[in-house]
Write a protein that binds this ligand. Structure first.
Ligand code: NAP
Length: 290
């Protein structure tokens, strides 16, 4: 028996064990995928334990994606650019770091929304870890421009400045989180990506749905694709408002499944059965029965 697991915040639930184990069973592999709840002070010990011969590797999630980097032996070029690792592979006791969030985001856009970012204008809400992966994915796909709008403006400005040398032909801009920034940038945009947790079910719904959105609803216009990385609930207040405004929408669940599929391929070399993974995740979320 070999082992895999997800290293994350002990207070947060993760869907990865559910859909990864479903894929592993479907592929007939003798692997157990576990939840490895890890507080920050236990991270170094946890990462060291991945070097054991019966461990294939791990997923890494909030809040450890950056902190694991110095604990690894080799880093692929993508996590270096993103500044975050979400997948670790144990190769004979040496730990290799990868980032499959970029691939997950890109595949969601391509396969579930039929959207090619090349030459397009994008707006991103947020400037944290997910936003970093999205900026790299959009720049690699040769988007024309990416505007980053974040509650803390300095963080957006720093992200744009830091990523500009890596962004090729893609222009990066940071704007303050004020009404005019949204209306002006979204009037010209093709894609809006929510990279904040706003709208997440755990935050609890507020009486005013607009408060559960990082974007003022009246800035959303038809023709826009609104991609919300939040996956619980399946339809966030932002997605609901975008639909009502005549925009297309895409939720975060496909990205979650695709990043997991890319991780499973790194550990096992096998193509992951994404339909089975998606069904298992939807069942766990109560979106589908048996
Ligand atoms: P993070 O590094 O903590 O960054 C969070 C960002 O959201 C920051 O820019 C923060 O702004 C902003 N923010 C937080 N609360 C806000 C609020 N109430 N109003 C406005 N802005 C707010 O988190 P992350 O790793 O980037 O993750 C962000 C979200 O993406 C999470 O919900 C996560 O579950 C989701 N995600 C989904 C996938 C997927 O596969 N679907 C993958 C990765 C992440 P400040 O800078 O001002 O604090």
């Amino acid at each position: 028996m070999m082992y895999l697991g997800v290293i994350g915040d002990p207070r947060k639930r993760s869907l990865s064990p559910v859909f990864q184990q479903a894929a592993i069973s479907a592929l007939g592999l003798d692997i157990t995928y576990e939840r490895w709840a890890t507080p920050p002070e236990g991270l170094a010990t946890r990462v060291a334990s991945l070097r054991a011969p019966h461990v294939l590797g791990a997923n890494v999630t909030i809040p450890h994606k950056q902190a694991v980097i110095p604990m690894l032996d080799e880093l692929d070029s993508l996590p270096q650019r993103v500044g975050a690792v979400n997948t670790i592979v144990n190769r004979e006791g040496r730990l290799h770091g990868y980032n499959t969030d970029v691939e997950g985001f890109r595949r969601g856009l391509r396969d579930d929304a039929g959207f090619d970012p090349e030459g397009k204008r994008a707006v991103i809400a947020g400037a944290g870890g997910a936003a970093r992966a999205v900026v790299v994915a959009l720049a690699e796909a040769r988007a024309r421009s990416v505007v980053i709008i974040n509650r803390t403006f300095t963080r957006a400005a720093r992200l744009a400045e830091e990523m500009t040398p890596l962004a090729g032909e893609t222009e990066l801009h940071a704007l303050p989180d004020i009404y005019l920034s949204w209306t002006d940038s979204l009037s010209r945009a093709d894609l809006l990506v929510n990279c904040t947790p706003t709208g997440q079910a755990s935050a609890g719904p507020s009486a005013d749905e607009e408060e559960d959105s990082p974007v003022p609803f009246d800035a959303i216009r038809p023709g826009l694709l609104v991609y919300d990385l939040v996956y619980i609930p399946a339809e966030t207040p932002l997605m609901k408002a975008a639909k009502a405004a005549g925009a297309r929408v895409l939720g975060g669940l496909p990205m979650l499944i695709y990043q997991g599929a890319a991780s499973l391929k790194l550990w096992t070399g096998r193509e992951a059965p994404v339909d089975i993974m998606l069904k298992a995740a939807r069942e766990a979320l109560g979106l589908e029965t048996g």
